[in-house]
Ligand binder design. Structure first.
Ligand SMILES: Cc1ncc(C[n+]2csc(CCOP(=O)(O)OP(=O)(O)O)c2C)c(N)n1
Ligand SMILES: [Mg+2]
Length: 386
C-alpha cells in the first residue's frame, strides 16, 4: 500500500501513539474503559454538565425540529407502505438523535456516507425529503444528490459504504483539502470484512473519517450479544489503532459532543475515530419484518421512555425555548409539507431504461454500454412486434 498523498496533515499525526491526538474526551472515555458518554437523562435533565457540548439555542432547536421532522417522515412512509404506495423500507423510529446529532457536527462541504437508517442525517445535510421518498419508491432519482450536497446515496449492501468512505477520505488527503467524511453503519455491519478493510485503510493513511456505528441492538433478528463477543463495539477501534468512544445514542447532546470532537480531530489531521451510538430500533427492521418473532414487548417497553425525542423536548420546554403550542403547529407544518411532497412523488415511475444507466458513471463502461444497447434493441424489437 505504498501510496503517497499530498497531505501535510499526515505528518502531524505521525508522532502519535495508536493514532491518538490530544482529546480530553477520548482520554476520559477511552474505548477499553467501558464508559459511555451521557449528557442528558431520559427526563431531559443534565446529568453531566462537564460534557455539555457548546450548542447554542438556535442550533439546538434546529436539531430538535429535524429529529421531529425525520420522525414524521418515517411514520408517514410506513403508513404509505402499508397502503401499498411505497415499497419495502427501513424503519428509522428511535434513532433520530444518533442521526441528527452526528450530522449536526459536519460542515456543509463535508461528506456524508449513509447506510439506510439515517434520514435525519441525510436531510440535515441537505438531501430533500423528495429524494427520500423517491428512494422508497425504487426510483433511480432517489439516489441523485442535488448540486452542492456532498452525500453518497443510501447504501443497502451492508458496510459496502465503509471502504468508499475511506476512499473519499484518502482523496481529501491527496488533494490537500480539509473536509471530513462521516460514515454510518450498524452493529451487524461491524462483522463484515468491509468494516475491517475500511477502518484499517483509513487508520493507516490517516484519512479524515468519522466512523459512526448505530448500535440499535439488532441486525434484523440477530441480537447484539450474538453479533460479536467484543464487550463494546467502540472497543474494536483499539485493534485499528484509533480512538473509539461509546455514547448514549438516544441523547442528542452526547452524540453531538462526541461527533463534533471526532470531526475536529479528523479535520486536524489526526486520522479516523470510531463512535458507537447505543440506541434502539423501536420499529421493525423493515416493513417486511415482524419483530414479535424475535423480541419481547417487555423489552420494547424498556426503551419507550428512552425515546430520543422526549428528552430534548423536555429540556427545551424546561428552558422555555419551546412550547406545546409550537410543537402542535410544527407537527401540522411538517405533515402538510410531507403531504405535498407525497402527492407529487407517489405515482411516479417506473424508472425509464436510460435512467437505469444514467447515474452510476460519468462515462458508461464498455460492458454497461453494451447492456444498454442490448436492452434498447430488445425494446425496439418488442415494440415492432406490438
Ligand atoms: C452484504 C449484505 N448482506 C446481507 C444483507 C441483508 N441485510 C439487510 S439489513 C441486514 C442487517 C443489518 O444490521 P445492522 O448492520 O445492525 O444495521 P440495522 O439494520 O440494524 O440498521 C442484513 C443482514 C445485506 N443487505 N447486505
Ligand atoms: Mg443493527
Amino acid at each position: 500500500m505504498a501510496i503517497e498523498t499530498k497531505s501535510k496533515k499526515t505528518e502531524k499525526a505521525n508522532g502519535q501513539v495508536n493514532g491518538k491526538g490530544a482529546s480530553s474526551l477520548f482520554d476520559a472515555f477511552d474505548a477499553v474503559s467501558g464508559k459511555k458518554l451521557e449528557v442528558l437523562d431520559p427526563n431531559g435533565k443534565v446529568l453531566h454538565p462537564e460534557w455539555m457540548p457548546d450548542l447554542d439555542d438556535e442550533l439546538l432547536l434546529a436539531g430538535y425540529k429535524m429529529m421531529k421532522y425525520a420522525r414524521i417522515v418515517d411514520l408517514k412512509a410506513v403508513n404509505l407502505q402499508r397502503q401499498g404506495k411505497l415499497y419495502t423500507l427501513p424503519v428509522n423510529r428511535g434513532q433520530e438523535a444518533a442521526a441528527v446529532g452526528s450530522a449536526m457536527a459536519l460542515r456543509k462541504d463535508d461528506w456524508l456516507v449513509p447506510a439506510f437508517r439515517e434520514i435525519g442525517a441525510y436531510m440535515w445535510h441537505g438531501v430533500p425529503v423528495e429524494t427520500v421518498y423517491k428512494w422508497y419508491l425504487g426510483l433511480e432519482s432517489g439516489s441523485v444528490m442535488p448540486e452542492g450536497v456532498n452525500s453518497l446515496p443510501t447504501s443497502v449492501p451492508i458496510s459496502s459504504q465503509i471502504p468508499h468512505a475511506a476512499g473519499i477520505g484518502h482523496a481529501i488527503n491527496y488533494k490537500g483539502l480539509d473536509q471530513v467524511v462521516l460514515c454510518y453503519f450498524g452493529d451487524g455491519g461491524t462483522s463484515e470484512g468491509d468494516f475491517s478493510e475500511g477502518l484499517n485503510w483509513a487508520a493507516v493513511f490517516t484519512c479524515p473519517c468519522v466512523f459512526f456505528c448505530n448500535n440499535n441492538q439488532y441486525a434484523i433478528s440477530v441480537p447484539r450479544d450474538q453479533q460479536t463477543k467484543a464487550q463494546t463495539i467502540a472497543q474494536k477501534a483499539v485493534g485499528f489503532g484509533l480512538p473509539g468512544i461509546q455514547v448514549d445514542g438516544n441523547d442528542l447532546f452526547a452524540v453531538y459532543r462526541a461527533t463534533k470532537e471526532a470531526v475536529d480531530y479528523a479535520r486536524s489531521g489526526n486520522g479516523p475515530v470510531l463512535i458507537e451510538a447505543v440506541t434502539y430500533r423501536m420499529g421493525a427492521h423493515t416493513t417486511s419484518d415482524d419483530p414479535t418473532k424475535y423480541r419481547t414487548s417487555d423489552e420494547e417497553k424498556i426503551w419507550e421512555p428512552r425515546d430520543p425525542l422526549i428528552r430534548v423536548k423536555k429540556y427545551l420546554l424546561d428552558k422555555q425555548l419551546w412550547t406545546e403550542k409550537q410543537e402542535t403547529a410544527y407537527e401540522e407544518e411538517c405533515a402538510a409539507k410531507i403531504d405535498e411532497v407525497v402527492s407529487h412523488v407517489v405515482g411516479l415511475g417506473p424508472n425509464s431504461i436510460p435512467e437505469l444507466f444514467e447515474h452510476q458513471f460519468e462515462t458508461l463502461t464498455n460492458s454497461l454500454a453494451e447492456q444498454k444497447r442490448d436492452i434498447e434493441e430488445f425494446l425496439a424489437w418488442q415494440g415492432k412486434r406490438g
